[in-house]
Design a binder for this molecule. Structure first.
Ligand SMILES: NC(=O)c1ccc[n+]([C@@H]2O[C@H](COP(=O)([O-])OP(=O)(O)OC[C@H]3O[C@@H](n4cnc5c(N)ncnc54)[C@H](O)[C@@H]3O)[C@@H](O)[C@H]2O)c1
Length: 268
């Protein structure tokens, strides 16, 4: 898969932590020419940009970005292209939040923010990078969804809805831009041990590492997979999601999750 990443310019939103950070580091190890880390968290961004630039001198640029703001994303993409000598070959719309809340407690502002961060952030990235990719004759955009889209769980209605919308967007654009050599892939990264789990009392034991997830993502991207599903449980979820034969089993499983969460017996 090295050939796919050698001398490429990659932008990763949410690049200063977790899966995004592992993607940045792996892209560099696979010979990327430049990696642009875009993140809201200035402190982490500064520390990780320095750390990676110490290993790969001059190849890493950190840009503080708020993906919920269109102008922030457009300005980031402009600066990223400058750093990449006019090119952006890969865009990872990876920034995202877990957004756990009982539906009864969600406000209109919560819903707006949820779509701003998990959906519009990626949409702005796509809008900003398309002219660049068109101009250079191609590129690849990877949008990170979640296994939640196959098994939407209680108390995660905002997460399920925003990530499902992102899957729809990505699937549709994949064919709209195919003949322009601009590739679109959906990423289902697995259950991954990252700070996203901090508010939920830490990741489950079964979680994979960010590096394992990044390796699976980059392998799938190099093979131009339509939906990159990194782990077996998510693959099983995908197969079962809409199969009428297992609908009752899915009901039982998801209802059990909902009741456990309601009773406080299961963390999210
Ligand atoms: N970790 C998992 O188990 C898991 C599972 C499925 C999907 N995902 C998805 O993977 C992606 C990466 O998550 P992670 O687990 O690495 O989490 P993480 O918390 O380690 O990283 C997310 C990064 O996004 C940044 N971010 C948040 N809001 C932002 C904003 N408005 N603008 C710019 N950056 C912002 C954060 O500062 C953080 O650095 C997310 O989209 C998440 O929904 C994660």
């Amino acid at each position: 898969m090295k050939e796919y990443y050698e001398n490429k310019v990659g932008v990763v939103t949410g690049g200063a932590s977790g899966i995004g950070l592992a993607l940045c580091e792996m892209l560099l190890s696979l010979g990327a020419k430049a990696v642009i880390m875009a993140d809201l968290n200035a402190e982490k961004l500064k520390a990780e940009t320095k750390r990676l630039n110490d290993i790969y001198p001059g190849k890493v640029l950190g840009i503080q970005t708020d993906v919920t703001k269109k102008e922030s994303v457009f300005s980031m993409i402009e600066k990223a292209a400058e750093f990449g000598s006019g090119r952006i070959d890969l865009l990872f719309n990876n920034a995202g939040l877990g957004l756990v809340k009982p539906f009864d407690e969600t406000t209109d502002e919560d819903w707006k923010f949820a779509f701003d961060v998990n959906f519009y952030g990626a949409l702005y990235g796509i809008q900003a990078v398309l002219p660049i990719m068109r101009g250079q004759g191609g590129g690849h955009i990877a949008n990170t969804a979640s296994g939640i889209v196959f098994a939407p769980m209680a108390f995660q209605s905002m997460y399920s809805a925003t990530k499902s919308a992102l899957v729809g967007l990505t699937g549709s654009l994949r064919y709209e831009f195919w003949d322009e050599n601009i590739r679109f892939s959906t990423v289902i990264p697995g259950t991954v041990a990252t700070p996203i789990w901090d508010k939920a009392g830490g990741p489950p034991e079964s979680a994979i590492t960010p590096e394992e997830s990044a390796r699976g993502i980059l392998k799938g991207l190099a093979e131009n997979e339509r939906v990159i599903i990194v782990t077996d449980p998510d693959r099983e979820g995908a197969i079962n999601a809409f199969r009428p034969e297992v609908a009752r089993g899915m009901d039982e499983y998801l209802l059990n999750v909902a009741r456990q969460r309601k009773s406080g017996k299961a963390a999210i």
